[in-house]
Design a protein around this ligand. Structure first.
Ligand SMILES: Nc1ncnc2c1ncn2[C@@H]1O[C@H](COP(=O)(O)OP(=O)(O)OP(=O)(O)O)[C@@H](O)[C@H]1O
Ligand SMILES: [Mg+2]
Length: 488
């Protein structure tokens, strides 16, 4: 490599450094802005000029290097100056699991970075529940390399609920043992729940948004000291799309945060929310790397149609150097493979993955035992969602239930029970009925319990427009929220 130059810039205290990367590069006659690294903190700036893009290709030395170190960190990539990018999964001093947020626009490299994290977790003996809301397309190699993989919204909620049940069980067990801290593998493994494409679960209008937000918040708040961490990989234009909750936001503020390519809206919110330290600025990440020059229209224009991308490049906001550009290791085969990618599989290695401690299997229940997905998993993990419709309007569902199956433990709170509410007169006009009205009508007319499939069948038999299962689910969630509001 040729020479590297470093320029320190300073403006009078109180002044702010603003710059435009393209113009800065142009002023220095640098054709490829990726050769520049600019870090700004308050009135000081540091400009590093590389002879070529230092992060053009970041190769992993050996999958063995993914093993978590003694400080509980994993090595996932490099910063522009060659410094290792390390993410903390465990804090041995406080005995705590972490929370993690990896976000960026579509195609920014979230799932690929995510596979590095998943592989590192497997190699480090961490038990993982992995939910991919993209139907299994995000990280197909994770199947068989995690304790439990699901690919549907219902499966994700089932995992959240089961994870939460395990957390409650560990809480009771550790308290009884007089323990205030989690000790990794003594005897329970560190566990993580990972939600890829979490925005699909948390965005406005998503059918399980309220439930998901509840569990994520609670796991984030209390899972740490029980060795149960949570990670979200999300495409978020607005932080609002991640549950729209201040608590969720503040939970993530304290966790490990990696930001890949972003939208301008998101950046504004990051600054406003204090996720980006005051006075610090991030150099934007263009979609493509490399020099781009306008040439005569009559020159050979076919030469560089495939410009190198910048996927996997971003900032480790919660790290020591939040404004230093980093890039995840480039992993996987150069070209897409027909089936599972052998190079990705090699990342995970052949060894067994960690599983949940046997002591908690009963609390994890049948959804976990069968590693189920979809509505089957949801029904078994959240039975109260189906049981509560039995009463057919008979009073308030109490938010308490005894679905533990563990015997003798206190009843658990049930965050979002389905609460039937009375149908207001004016909503009974068949011509103007919403799906919610139709759901209520069939529930009222039923003389026994109904599950969601029966409700679907009954609604579709009422002579109105045919509806899909998702609409019934949304209607139930809406009715439930209305029921709760009405109770207050
Ligand atoms: N660190 C990296 N170095 C080089 N290429 C990368 C890197 N990370 C990801 N890529 C490539 O970028 C492409 C998109 O990556 P990925 O699917 O992980 O993005 P994503 O953010 O999960 O996208 P989506 O929003 O569609 O889920 C893939 O072809 C992948 O191989
Ligand atoms: Mg993805």
């Amino acid at each position: 490599m040729g020479k590297i130059y470093e320029l320190a810039v300073r403006v009078p205290a109180g002044d702010v450094i603003n710059y435009d990367l393209g113009r800065l590069a142009d002023a220095m006659d640098i054709k490829d802005p990726a050769r520049l690294a600019v870090e700004i903190s308050g009135s000081q700036g540091l400009v590093t000029i590389y002879p070529e893009d230092p992060l053009a290709e970041v190769l992993m030395p050996d999958p063995e290097s993914l093993l978590m170190d003694s400080t509980g960190r994993i090595w996932v990539g490099l910063h522009h100056n060659g410094r290792r990018t390390k993410l903390r999964l465990y804090d041995p001093k406080s005995g705590s699991a972490q929370r993690m947020l990896l976000f960026g626009t579509t195609g920014a490299g979230k799932s690929t970075g995510g596979q590095i994290i998943l592989a590192a977790m497997k190699r480090s003996g961490i038990g993982v529940f992995y939910a991919d809301l993209k139907g299994g397309q995000s990280a197909p190699e994770a199947r068989g390399n995690c304790d439990w993989c699901v690919y549907t919204q219902e499966g994700a909620i089932a995992q959240l609920r089961v994870f939460w049940n395990i957390m409650k069980a560990r809480e009771v067990r550790y308290a009884a043992a007089g323990r205030s801290k989690f000790l990794r593998d003594r005897p329970d493994p560190l566990m993580y729940l990972i939600l890829d494409e979490a925005n699909r679960l948390l965005e406005k209008g998503a059918p399980y948004r309220d439930e998901a937000t509840f569990y994520i918040k609670d796991i984030g708040r209390t899972g740490r000291s029980l060795g149960m961490g949570i990670a979200l990989f999300a495409q978020a234009g607005h932080l609002e799309e991640l549950g729209g909750s201040d608590t969720l936001r503040s939970m993530l503020k304290e966790g490990e945060v990696i930001l890949l390519r972003w939208t301008s809206n998101l950046m504004r919110q990051l600054v406003a929310d204090g996720l980006l330290p005051a006075g610090q600025k991030l150099m934007p990440i263009p979609k493509y790397a490399g020099a781009f020059e306008l040439k005569s229209q009559f020159d050979d224009t076919e030469a560089d149609e495939d410009r190198p991308g910048t996927q996997g490049s971003g900032y480790h906001l919660s790290g020591l150097h939040p404004t230093a550009r980093m890039r995840f290791f480039k992993v996987g085969s150069e070209m897409p493979t027909d089936g599972l990618d052998p190079e990705m599989l090699a990342l995970y290695g052949d060894g067994p993955h960690a599983v949940l401690e046997e002591t908690s299997w009963e609390d994890a229940g049948e959804a976990y035992a069968g590693r189920l997905d979809g509505m089957d998993a949801y029904k078994l993990a959240c039975p109260e969602q189906f049981e509560e419709t039995k009463e057919g309007g008979g009073g308030k569902a109490n938010g308490r239930g005894g679905n533990s199956g563990g015997g003798g433990r206190p009843a658990r709170s049930i965050p979002v029970p389905v609460i039937p509410v009375a149908v207001p007169e004016q909503q009974q006009n068949p011509a103007r009925r919403t799906i919610g009205d139709r759901v209520l009508a069939v529930m009222e007319n039923s003389d026994g319990e109904m599950d969601i499939y029966e409700i679907l069948a009954a609604v579709n038999a009422d002579g109105g427009k045919t509806v899909k299962l998702g609409s019934i689910r949304s209607a139930l969630t809406g009715l439930n929220a209305a029921g709760r509001d009405g109770d207050q």
